[in-house]
Design a protein around this ligand. Structure first.
Ligand code: ADP
Length: 509
C-alpha cells in the first residue's frame, strides 16, 4: 500500500507530521492496517488549519487502530529497557530533551501560535521555557525520590517506585506542548514508556517534540506519537490491554468514554477536566488587583481550564470593582496573536466560536445582561470573540453552570459579610478545579478558602503553579493529583520488599 509522507513548512519551520513509532516516522497506510481497518475511503491525512485566518497549515497523519496498536507494542517492547535504565541516565536524557526544547524555543513558539492562536509573546516568554522546565524538574525530582527503609521486628522494608508500564497520554488543544510536557516528563522520568496523542486541532508541536526526543537520544519506542482524531486514534489507544496508565486532559464527556475504556482493563486514569472556577472579590480587597485578576481570565481567549469565569463580588464594592474592570477591558487589544501588542487572540476553531456564542445567546434569552462584548468581533472577523461580561445570571442557569471555554465571564454578588452565601455560590457547580480570592483580610480569606471545593485556591494571585505542588480537580474537574511526587505515585506501582535479618533463616528452622 502506498505510504503518504505528510510534511509541511509552518512559519518557516519544516515539520514531519507523520506518526512517530518505535523511533521512526510512520505514515498512515490506506486502508488502515488493523483488525478493524479504516474503510478504504478514509484518507490517510486530515488538514490542520490555523485559527488566526483559517489557512490550511499542514496535512496530518490520520491514525487509526493500526497505528495505535503499533505504538503501544513499541512502548511495551521498549518498556523493560527503559524501566531498567538507571535514574541518573534517564535524568540525563530528560535534561537533553529540555536543552532541545530551549534550542528550538523560537520555532516551537511560532508554530504553536500559528496552530492554536495563543499569544506568541506568552509562548516565547512563558510557555516554552516552562516546557523545558517540566523536563528538568521531573528529571531532578526522580533523583531525589525518597527510598527510606524501615524496620519490622528486624526485617527491612524497602519501598521502591516501580514504573507501571506503557502510558497513554491524551492532550487538548488549548496549551498543546505545555500540557504534553506536563505528562510526558513525569511519565518518562518514572520509567514508563509513552504514547502521546495530541489534539487534532493543534497537533504540530507534538511532531517537533518527537524530533527533539530523538535528537536527545531517547531509545526507540520510549516516546511514541500517534496523530489523529479522538474517536479514531485516541479510542483504540485508551482501550489497549497493554497500556498500564492513561493520563487525559480534556472535556468531561470524553473523560467518561476514556474512563469506560480504561475500566475494562482496570487501568488507572489521571483526569484533568473542565472548570467553572470562581473569583471571589471581598469588600476589603485591593480593587485594582481584583480587576487585574478578573481581566486575566481573558488570557488565551478564555480557553483555560483554570480560568475563574464566575466573578462573585461582595455587594458594597460591586460598582467600584466593575468600573475598574471595564476600564481595563476597554484597553485590551484584540487581534493577531503574533503581534506583540495583542492581549486577546482568536478562539481555536469556527465550530468552537459557534459553541461559545451559543452559550451567550442562550444566556441573554434567559435574561442575562451584556455589560461588555456579547458577540463576535465583527471588525476582526474570523474566530475573534469579544471579551464578554454578563450580569443578571441565575446560579442554576446554563451560563453559570457550564464551562464555556471562551472569553465569557459572569458577575454575581453576595450580601455584605455573608460568607455562607459566598461559599454557596462559589461551590455551587459540579466542578472544583480552582478558586481565586481577592481579599484584604487574610484571615477571612483563609476561612472562606478552607470551605471551598477546589484543587487549588489562590489568594490575591492567579496561576502561580509550582511543579512541586499537587495539581488537579475535585468533583467533575478531575481524578487524581499530579505534580511533585504525586506524579510518580501515578506513573509507578509502589513495591515493598521485606527482607529478613541475616541469620534469621537458621533461627526460623
Ligand atoms: P475538546 O472538546 O476540548 O476538543 P476533548 O475532550 O474532546 O476536548 O478532546 C481532548 C483530547 O481527547 C483530544 O486529543 C481528542 O482527540 C481526544 N479524544 C476525543 N475523543 C476521544 C476518545 N473517545 N478516546 C480517546 N481520546 C479522545
Amino acid at each position: 500500500m502506498a505510504q503518504v509522507p505528510p510534511t509541511a513548512t509552518v512559519e518557516g519551520v519544516s515539520i514531519d507530521t507523520r506518526h512517530w513509532i518505535d523511533g521512526t516516522r510512520v505514515a498512515t497506510s490506506t486502508p488502515n492496517t488493523s483488525s478493524t481497518p479504516n474503510t478504504s475511503s478514509t484518507p490517510p491525512t486530515f488538514t490542520d488549519h490555523s485559527p488566526i485566518d483559517g489557512t490550511p497549515l499542514a496535512p496530518i497523519a490520520r491514525g487509526g487502530p493500526g497505528e495505535a496498536r503499533a505504538a503501544v507494542v513499541a512502548a511495551r517492547t521498549a518498556f523493560p529497557g527503559w524501566a531498567a535504565t538507571p535514574p541518573v541516565e534517564r535524568a540525563r536524557l530528560l535534561h537533553a530533551v529540555a536543552d532541545g526544547v530551549d534550542a528550538r524555543a523560537e520555532d516551537l513558539a511560532a508554530v504553536e501560535t500559528a496552530d492554536n492562536g495563543a499569544l506568541l509573546r506568552s509562548h516565547r516568554r512563558g510557555v516554552m521555557p516552562r516546557v523545558a522546565h517540566n523536563f528538568r524538574y521531573f528529571a531532578d525530582r526522580l533523583l531525589a525520590l525518597g527510598h527510606e527503609d524501615f524496620d519490622t521486628r528486624g526485617h527491612t522494608n524497602h519501598v521502591s517506585w516501580d514504573p507501571a508500564g506503557p502510558a497513554v497520554l491524551i492532550t487538548p488543544w488549548n496549551a498543546p506542548l505545555m500540557l504534553a510536557s506536563w505528562k510526558v516528563a513525569p511519565a518518562l522520568a518514572a520509567g514508563c514508556t509513552v504514547v502521546l496523542k495530541p489534539a487534532e486541532w493543534a497537533p504540530l508541536t507534538a511532531s517537533l517534540l518527537a524530533d527533539i526526543t530523538h535528537e536527545a537520544g531517547l531509545p526507540p519506542g520510549v516516546f511514541n506519537l500517534v496523530q489523529g482524531y479522538g474517536e479514531e486514534a485516541g479510542a483504540p489507544l485508551v482501550a489497549d490491554p497493554d497500556v498500564r496508565r492513561v493520563s487525559f486532559t480534556g472535556s468531561v464527556p470524553t473523560a467518561r468514554r476514556v474512563a469506560g475504556a480504561a475500566a475494562a482493563n482496570l487501568v488507572p486514569c489521571s483526569f484533568e477536566l473542565g472548570g467553572k472556577s470562581p473569583l471571589v472579590v471581598l469588600a476589603d480587597a485591593d480593587l485594582d488587583l481584583a480587576a487585574d485578576l478578573a481581566v486575566e481570565q481573558y488570557d488565551n481567549a478564555g480557553q483555560v481550564c483554570l480560568a475563574a469565569t464566575r466573578i462573585l463580588v461582595e455587594e458594597p464594592v460591586r460598582d467600584a470593582f466593575l468600573g475598574r474592570f471595564l476600564d481595563r477591558v476597554a484597553k485590551l487589544a484584540q487581534g493577531d496573536p503574533r503581534d506583540e501588542a495583542t492581549d486577546v487572540g482568536p478562539n481555536i476553531h469556527p465550530r468552537h466560536v459557534e459553541r461559545v456564542d451559543g452559550f451567550v445567546r442562550r444566556a441573554v434569552e434567559a435574561g442575562a445582561k451584556v455589560v461588555t462584548g456579547g458577540g463576535r468581533n465583527t471588525a476582526l472577523g474570523g474566530n475573534h470573540y469579544l471579551p464578554t461580561l454578563l450580569t443578571d445570571v441565575a446560579q442554576d442557569s446554563e451560563i453559570v453552570q457550564e464551562e464555556v471555554f471562551g472569553p465569557v465571564l459572569t458577575l454575581q454578588t453576595f450580601p455584605e459579610g455573608d460568607d455562607d452565601e459566598a461559599v454557596r455560590l462559589a461551590n455551587g457547580t459540579r466542578f472544583g478545579l480552582a478558586a481565586t480570592l481577592a481579599a484584604g483580610d487574610r484571615d477571612r480569606a483563609a476561612r472562606i478558602g478552607a470551605r471551598l471545593v477546589a484543587g487549588t485556591v489562590w489568594v490575591n494571585c492567579f496561576f502561580v503553579r509550582d511543579l512541586s505542588a499537587p495539581f488537579g480537580g475535585a468533583r467533575s474537574s478531575g481524578i487524581g493529583r499530579e505534580g511533585g511526587d504525586w506524579s510518580f505515585d501515578f506513573y509507578c506501582d509502589l513495591k515493598n520488599t521485606v527482607t529478613a535479618p541475616k541469620g534469621w533463616e537458621a533461627h526460623h528452622e
